[in-house]
Design a protein. Structure first.
Length: 185
């Protein structure tokens, strides 16, 4: 039995895999994606921060509910599924809502996860907006969602790709619309 465990450990080490630690301090992982969208900043901000639109452009969102109208202090309950993972639940609070430039959420203290996500919106000109989407979390949430110990750097690279794909979907939705947010969806 010890030989099998040693071989399994060696296989994981050779494959570049790591098993998540369960004792603090937890390693942090940052992920970021960015895209330019041919729509005015107000329209992009309004669409990208409306909980009713999340499932249209964030492929991993299975369910999202808000404790009230979007704004500072609102609590969002999300069920997400990324890759082959099962559904994961996370509760976040809106900690910054500065239209049309900043939207930030952070896991509520009772959720026992270190998670923060931020979307910044920069006006490039009257018709173009740059969206930066960043997330900082600890390895517990990453490995909970990944289900398999494939290494923190590999997992982060995959989630950055997911974030970039989500931004591409957001760009497509907004640029294909007539410009009247809420009318085309």
């Amino acid at each position: 039995m010890r030989i099998l465990l040693a071989l399994a450990g060696l296989c994981l080490a050779v494959a570049g895999c790591s098993v998540p630690r369960h004792d603090p301090p937890f390693r942090q992982v940052s992920m970021e994606a960015e895209i330019d969208i041919n729509r005015p900043i107000e329209a992009v901000f309004a669409f990208a921060t409306d909980p009713l639109n999340e499932r249209l452009w964030r492929d991993e969102v299975r369910h999202l509910s808000a404790s009230g109208p979007m704004g500072l202090g609102i609590v969002l309950d999300e069920v997400i599924q990324i890759g082959f993972s099962s559904n994961s639940e996370i509760r976040v609070e809106v900690t910054a809502f500065d239209a049309p430039s900043l939207f930030r959420v952070q896991a509520v203290a009772t959720h026992n996860r270190n998670f923060r996500s931020e979307r910044t919106f920069t006006k490039l000109n009257d018709n173009w907006t740059r969206v930066n989407y960043s997330t900082i979390t600890d390895e517990r949430l990453v490995f909970e969602i990944a289900l398999v110990p494939i290494g923190l750097a590999t997992t982060a690279a995959y989630y950055e790709w997911v974030m970039q794909e989500n931004l591409r979907r957001l760009k497509h939705l907004l640029e294909a619309s007539t410009g009247e947010v809420g009318k085309d969806f």
